[in-house]
Design a protein around this ligand. Structure first.
Ligand code: ADP
Ligand code: MG
Length: 967
């Protein structure tokens, strides 16, 4: 029943919706106190400015199975053992004081186990004041000159504040002065209680920078204790009864119209200085101590709450008095809470009554914990669970800090000693959780709407007035401080004479008085006129000033707008340039990338070039080697053949001469027989005579005199004149033996054509008439022979050579020969190095393309090739050779020449030694089968292949094949 009555029923209509706007998390700080003894085991370390690490003490694991690990906890800031009170104050409490002066509520509490330094942090110790005295000091340093006179602000019993007029305030002041209770020291530090003087002797002189100077302020303090879930007023002045002390009466909580909770009937003392405020606190502290001793309580089991309320109201328009409007008064409060030790009951080994107390104390801390948990859950997960503030007085009192708005900060005090390890862990967990709760940030109070700077204008006016009065000989500043302006004026008027009427017939006093009063009246009039004049002058000055200010403002406005325009233009330009920079940067990037790609390409191409040039060099050196080898081979073969030729020529000459001799003998005998009837005795010619004139008998008469003619070296039987005319002519006038020889050869020729099988033979088979009658074919080809031509060689030798030629010839399809239906065309290759022979008979090829060097172009157009080659013969005469060949198309698209025959032309002096000249005609001697006779044997079985685009002449790839002798 009692509990039900204690709890005020909830008023759902008043339930405030959660404050919108920005929220701040509860600021949680950690302070680690030093160990009391150096040899104590430490289990907490500060590892950074925001983190502490807790590790279990030695042997802890033995008792608790496993779970040995170091835990780190992070806070907004961690204060190590060396951090002094001032630093803690600057970080934690200073912002709360600043908020208080700006009309915002704040809550600061210390949490931790007993002996962890909560009281040390909050109250401090002698010579080392804690947060509380420092807060008070900062408040009074800030509002000191702007404080209202005592009793101007009056707190009502509903947690509100009223403002009283000066008279009422004065009356109350007088009443208070008359009371027998000892007055608290008002601003005089000489009267400070030496008991706590050390604690408030703060040298820092900390103050808030921006205090509204047009406000007046008043500070009220109250000090309560929550013990066993009862609220006690520590400042209550109860008559102390020696005989039977009354137990202190507990107070109840109420909610005001702003949803703030307050303790009904709680003593709130208006204080005007730090000393006075702290004196009040100290009184409460003493009372608390007495109660603890008297009632056998444990001090660490109670929560103490020191509430600083700050009332502020704006000055009126004159800046002289407080604005008498209740709505303009702001009341803010800062609650400094020193919580009871958070340790669990079993640790203190409390018994009986004490256990109940401890349990209750723990209960309120548990409720605090639960409230924080639910709040956190609601905020994090969007749930709407009811926060059990009402379950304990402690949480109920500060309900609106969490539900409404305000700044909440908590200092977690820990003792790093090993014995406190488990409790410290609990403290840390609670602290970490608390950090996640968010509280609505208090909003700024609205402005009163009056011109700022009123207080100073009023002060300045007063000062100026005093100065002027002093100049007029009035009372000096110090004396007139309390006097009104009218009093000062009155003092300047002529003194009134004594107006005491002692005699009814006294007719002097009254006229004198009238005279003085008239004088005063005149003076007053003068003064008021002067005042009016001054006012007028001041007004005009003000107006002038106003207009000048306005014109200046206009000017400034114009300038400002101009500047703004320029700024806008520059901004645009800046933006444009920035964009341009970006595009350029992008372009540069692309170009850089392209450059890299090109460079890579270049590298690759260079490498390729190098490899190719190396390959080329290799090929060139290969070619040079091959050339050298071929040249060597050519020279060797030429030498060999020359030697062989010379040997055979010599042998043949000898043999022929013998045969000639035999035939001559026979002829002579025949002649002798024929001429026998005339000359009875036939004469046998001597061998020497035969030798003297063989040519006259055997050689066909030349068309020109022998002195200037070409004479072959061939014996008459083997000689053939390729020119048909020459042939005919020789026929007509030559001896019988020559004619018979020719006949004989012509009859033998067909037998040769069947011996073929080589390309040469095949070509002959295709043209049997040509092979049969060389002269005819020559005629058909349109060749005109003006010199004596040697017969190529013996047929059997030819065969062998042509075999070889086929074996060694380039891979040319010899059948792929140009069609001759269109008529043969010749390439007449005459190297410019050739000397003119100046002979009468010159080789002449009609319709030939004459070239100085072998050219593929010319070869492509023709099907026959002739090279005119000159060399020095062994007798010193120039020997001209006509090397002839057929032109073939090669598979590679070029031209190939296969040499088929060589004609040798030679000029001879008639006086010189006669040499044989081989006829170029395939004119075999009559006994060719067994004769070893051979021509110069330079008949070529060489094919010169010219590829398309090749600049080499046929001479460069001349393959001479050594002739094989028939076994
Ligand atoms: P609590 O109020 O938490 O029970 P107290 O504030 O009474 O603990 O501190 C217990 C003891 O430890 C006191 O004697 C106090 O001087 C000392 N102490 C606590 N914190 C500090 C500190 N930061 N530096 C020095 N001494 C400290
Ligand atoms: Mg304490």
């Amino acid at each position: 029943m009692k509990a039900a009555r204690a709890k005020t029923p909830r008023r759902p209509a008043l339930k405030k919706p959660p404050a919108p706007g920005p929220k701040d998390p509860v600021g949680v700080y950690c302070r680690v106190r030093p160990l009391s003894r150096q040899d104590q085991e430490c289990c907490i370390e500060v590892i950074s400015e925001t983190t502490v690490q807790i590790h279990p003490p030695d042997g802890y694991r033995v008792f608790r199975n496993g779970e040995y690990r170091e835990t780190q906890y992070s806070f907004k800031e961690v204060f190590g053992t060396l951090v002094v009170q001032k630093d803690v104050f600057d970080v934690v409490a200073k912002p709360l004081v600043e908020d208080l002066i700006r009309g915002k509520n704040g809550l600061l509490f210390t949490y931790g186990v007993t002996g962890s330094g909560k009281t040390h942090t909050m109250t401090g110790s002698p010579g080392d004041g804690g947060l509380l005295p420092r807060c008070l000091d900062m408040i009074f340093n800030s509002i000191g000159p702007f404080q209202a006179k005592r009793f101007v602000f009056k707190l009502d019993d509903k947690n509100g504040v009223d403002v009283q007029c000066e008279v009422d305030a004065l009356l109350e002041r007088q009443k208070r002065d008359a009371m027998p209770v000892p007055k608290t020291p008002s601003g005089n530090r000489r009267q400070i209680d030496p008991e706590f003087a050390d604690m408030i002797n703060v040298q820092d002189h900390c103050k808030v920078d921006e205090v509204d100077e047009d406000n007046v302020y008043s500070v009220f303090v109250s000090y309560i204790e929550i013990y066993n879930n009862y609220i006690y007023d520590l400042l209550e002045e109860a008559p102390f009864e020696q005989i039977k002390p009354k137990p202190p009466q507990s107070k109840i909580l109420r909610e005001d119209q702003n949803h703030n909770m307050y303790v009904t009937g709680c003593t709130e003392v208006e204080v005007k200085s730090t000393e006075e405020a702290f004196e009040v606190f100290w009184r409460g502290q003493k009372k608390r101590r007495i109660a603890n001793t008297q009632l056998n309580r444990e001090s660490s089991r109670s929560h103490s709450v020191f509430i600083i309320k700050l009332a502020q109201a704006p000055l009126d328009a004159d800046g002289d008095n407080v604005l008498q409007e209740k709505e303009q008064i702001t009341l803010s409060q800062l609650s400094l809470v020193d919580l009871a030790g958070s340790e669990r009951t079993n640790r203190t080994k409390a018994e009986g009554n004490r256990l109940r107390e401890a349990g209750n104390i723990n209960q309120s801390l548990m409720t605090l914990r639960t409230c924080i948990e639910v709040l956190r859950e609601n905020q994090m997960y969007g749930t709407n669970k009811m926060v059990p503030y009402r379950d304990s007085k402690l949480t109920h009192l500060f309900k609106n800090y969490f539900d409404g708005e305000g700044k909440v900060r908590m200092i977690v005090c820990v003792n790093p000693k090993a014995e406190d390890y488990e409790e410290s862990l609990q403290v840390m967990r609670f602290a970490e959780m608390t950090q996640e709760v968010e509280v609505a940030r208090p909003v700024d109070r609205p402005l009163c709407g009056l011109t700022p700077g009123r207080r100073f204008r009023n002060q300045a006016f007063k000062e100026e007035l005093a100065r002027k009065l002093e100049m007029r000989g009035g009372p000096i500043n110090g004396e007139t401080e309390e006097q009104s302006a009218s009093e000062i004026f009155l003092q300047n008027f002529p003194p009134l004479p004594s107006c005491e009427l002692l005699d009814p017939n006294d007719d002097q006093t009254l006229p004198k008085l009238i005279e003085v009063l008239e004088k005063r009246h005149k003076l007053r009039q003068m003064l008021s006129e002067e005042f009016a004049k001054n006012v007028l002058a001041f007004k005009t000055t003000l107006q002038e000033f106003d207009s000048s200010v306005i014109s200046k403002e206009n000017y400034i406005q114009g300038k400002l707008s101009e500047k703004e325009k320029t700024i806008a233009g520059q901004k645009m330009e800046l933006e444009r340039l920035e964009k341009k920079i970006k595009t350029l940067e992008y372009k540069i990037e692309i170009l850089e990338k392209t450059a890299t790609i090109y460079e890579e390409d270049k590298r690759n191409l260079q490498q390729e070039l190098e490899s190719k040039s190396q390959k080329l060099q290799r090929q060139a050196s290969d070619k040079r080697r091959l050339e050298a080898r071929l040249q060597g081979m050519v020279a060797e073969t030429t030498m060999k053949w020359e030697k062989e030729c010379e040997r055979r020529v010599a042998a043949k000459q000898l043999e022929m001469q013998n045969k000639l001799w035999v035939k001559d003998e026979k002829l002579k005998q025949l002649k002798a027989i024929v001429t026998e009837p005339k000359n009875e005795k036939p004469e046998r010619p001597s061998r020497e005579r035969d030798r003297e004139k063989p040519i006259q008998r055997s050689v066909s008469p030349s068309p020109v005199p022998p002195s200037s003619n070409l004479i072959t070296q061939v014996p008459s039987s083997q000689r053939l004149v390729s020119n048909p005319q020459v042939h005919r002519r020789s026929n007509s006038c030559s001896s019988i033996s020559v004619a018979s020889c020719v006949m004989e050869w012509e009859q033998k020729t067909p037998s040769h054509k069947h011996t073929g099988g080589t390309s040469y033979a095949r070509s002959r088979q295709q043209e049997p008439e040509q092979s049969r009658d060389y002269n005819t074919s020559d005629r058909r080809r349109g060749m005109c022979w003006t010199g004596v031509i040697e017969v190529p060689r013996r047929r059997d030798e030819l065969e062998i050579e042509e075999d070889q030629c086929c074996r060694n010839a380039p891979p040319v399809r010899l059948r792929h020969r140009r069609s001759r239906s269109a008529g043969e065309r010749w390439v007449d290759h005459k190297p410019p190095s050739n000397l003119p022979t100046d002979t009468v008979m010159q080789p002449h090829v009609p319709h030939a393309i004459t070239v100085a060097a072998a050219s593929e172009k010319a070869l492509a157009k023709c099907d026959k090739y002739m090279l005119t080659h000159q060399e020095l013969a062994s007798d010193g005469e120039i020997e001209t050779k006509l090397i002839k060949g057929d032109v073939f198309k090669t598979r590679g698209g070029g031209q190939a020449v296969q040499f088929t025959e060589i004609e040798t032309l030679k000029q001879e002096s008639p006086t010189g030694r006669k040499r044989r000249s081989s006829p170029s005609n395939p004119d075999p001697p009559e006994d060719a089968a067994d004769s070893e006779w051979t021509d110069v044997e330079t008949r070529c079985s060489v094919a010169v292949e010219m590829r398309a685009g090749s600049a080499l002449g046929p001479g460069y790839q001349h393959h001479a094949q050594p002739k094989r002798r028939k076994p």
